[in-house]
Design a protein around this ligand. Sequence first.
Ligand code: ATP
Length: 319
Amino acid sequence: MKKIGVLTSGGDAPGMNAAIRAVVRKGIYHDIEVYGIYNGFQGLMDGKIEKMELGTVGDMIQRGGTMLYSARCEEFKTDAGQNQGIEQLKKFGIEGLIVIGGDGSFQGASKLTAKGYPCIGVPGTIDNDIPGTDFTIGFDTALNTIIESVDKIRDTATSHERTYVIEVMGRDAGDLALWAGLANGAESVIIPERDEPFDSVVERLKRGHNRGKKHSIIMLAEGVGSGIDYGKRIEEETSLETRVTVLGHIQRGGRPTGFDRVLASRLAGKAVDLLRKGEAGKMVGIQNNELVHHDIVDILNKPHELDMKLYQLMSELSI
Ligand code: ATP
């Protein structure tokens, strides 16, 4: 393989730049030309494709977001859209494509592979909701952003003796809420994967309050619904002064952590190696600190699994 392409698609995630950088540098190391495709699958269809050099990805490893930009593109879900994308790749002589993104983006990659065009997926999303990998690029940075924010909220929560409901991202997955709940010492974690009865949340809050606790934190994943509604319910039920913070897109930005930079470099390097070996339709991942790869189709058919041992520990620590 002498020419490969790389694109980022779906929600951006800190560490995507480190992944793009690794694809470019690893490619060039192996005498492969690397082409950047701008604006995800939309840009692929429109032919927004440029050759990348060593210098193109200089001063990028520490930046959040994605230098190739991202997009959501409905038209790419159609046969015609995918064919148009393949035509563009062929026009540039690009023989294989690395897609950095979430499960939606992998759908696109698997469609191209089914049409005979080799693609490799690299999991990049803050949600950590992709099966077949313990971590996705961006999760650790987003987690640390939440931790830092909640540390600050905790100061004011204590000063005013308030209960705080913190709504965090994660789409349908509770990973960010669970990990942040554990790291921030939350009283409760409300996630889509577990049906935590409202009564037991209230009971735990009251118990803490009676014990003299100055504040309480409830970490709520966006996948279960509105934090604002949940906060209202808590205040009505407990009479404890309650505030809600929806952290929002702050969680998607910022400098990637060391963990995410290393993860991104490893996963992207592995993706280049797979294309070099003639593999197609695979997703790279990390499991038990080993680089692995799986068929994208299998990944798309599997549900995301939350670490239930972590959830159990969380419950035991927040008595
Ligand atoms: P995140 O989880 O961070 O939002 P994602 O990759 O899951 O990332 P999506 O918006 O679901 O984000 O998908 C990104 C893009 O992938 C879509 O806008 C579309 O262009 C393409 N895509 C999604 N599903 C399909 C599909 N079934 N067939 C072809 N392309 C698809």
